[in-house]
Design a protein around this ligand. Structure first.
Ligand SMILES: Nc1ncnc2c1ncn2[C@@H]1O[C@H](COP(=O)(O)OP(=O)(O)OP(=O)(O)O)[C@@H](O)[C@H]1O
Length: 239
């Protein structure tokens, strides 16, 4: 479970996250939506303790990330798939992570298998395509077999086969009782993958609902998103 309590983050004069409170519960995929610059990545970084909130709290299983004794066993995340050391092999990249987090080498092989990278495990990550790096980032997130998972735009760069694979993976991880927070700008894909939706704009909560409720009120999830975020788009053509 992820809980945000009045989470706020200023970067100088920019209010990136503004008094944000919501819960992400286990057992289903929760889609995290919002226009460019809405604060989704910042929120995820705050949950992972990669940045400190200006005020408020982000809790994973009731605790701040910094106080988790075995963090990779509790929460895994894919934030920026490009942020890997290109000189290492996929296997060695994961092995380094595993060793520093008390995770067995067996799990490394399992995670590579789970994301379909076993065949290129010994190849340098620098030569990987964006889609392969996304898969590697997902393997890293899964390494500690955590109950809470966050994925920031994981379908970026994936081919149609990969997009379907992500959809099935997200749903099966949720069906296992895990808490899944998934950000994406692809509304049609989100409608197929998520059960619950959180929408933010300009750092503030706009809506917390189910896909079923939104698609009952609007012709599609995309229409719901467009209507609900109409006043929150900062970058883009006027609608
Ligand atoms: N390290 C930082 N320093 C200064 N400003 C930042 C920093 N990180 C984010 N911001 C600002 O905070 C706001 C929210 O950015 P964030 O990346 O969280 O949005 P997002 O919803 O993930 O956007 P996108 O959909 O484009 O990825 C933006 O105005 C951004 O410029």
């Amino acid at each position: 479970m992820i809980e945000l309590h009045q989470l706020t983050k200023h970067y100088g004069g920019t209010l990136a996250v503004d008094d944000l409170s919501f819960k992400v519960e286990p057992g289903h995929v929760t889609g995290f939506l919002g226009p460019n610059g809405a604060g989704k990545s910042t929120t995820m970084r705050l949950i992972l303790g990669l940045d400190a909130p200006t005020s408020g709290q982000a809790l994973v299983n009731g605790r701040r990330y910094a106080t988790l004794s075995r963090p990779m066993h509790e929460v895994g995340a894919l934030l920026d798939a490009g942020a890997v050391h290109g000189g290492r092999s996929a296997y060695n990249h994961l092995l380094c992570l595993a060793r520093t987090n008390d995770i067995s080498a067996t799990r490394v092989a399992e995670a590579l298998e789970q994301v379909g990278l076993s065949g290129v495990a010994r190849k340098r990550v620098g030569g990987f395509s964006l889609g392969m790096k996304q898969r590697l980032g997902i393997a890293a997130a899964l390494l500690g077999d955590p109950g809470v998972l966050m994925f920031d735009e994981p379908v970026n760069g994936l081919d149609p086969d990969g997009v379907r694979w992500i959809r099935d993976l997200m749903r099966s991880l949720a069906a296992e009782g895990r808490t899944i927070l998934l950000s994406s700008h692809l509304m049609s894909e989100m409608a197929l993958t998520a059960e619950r939706i959180v929408i933010i704009g300009r750092g503030k909560l706009i809506a917390e609902s189910t896909v079923a409720e939104l698609t009952a009120r609007y012709p599609s999830l995309e229409d719901a998103y467009m209507a609900l975020t109409a006043d929150s788009v900062q970058y883009g053509a006027a609608r």
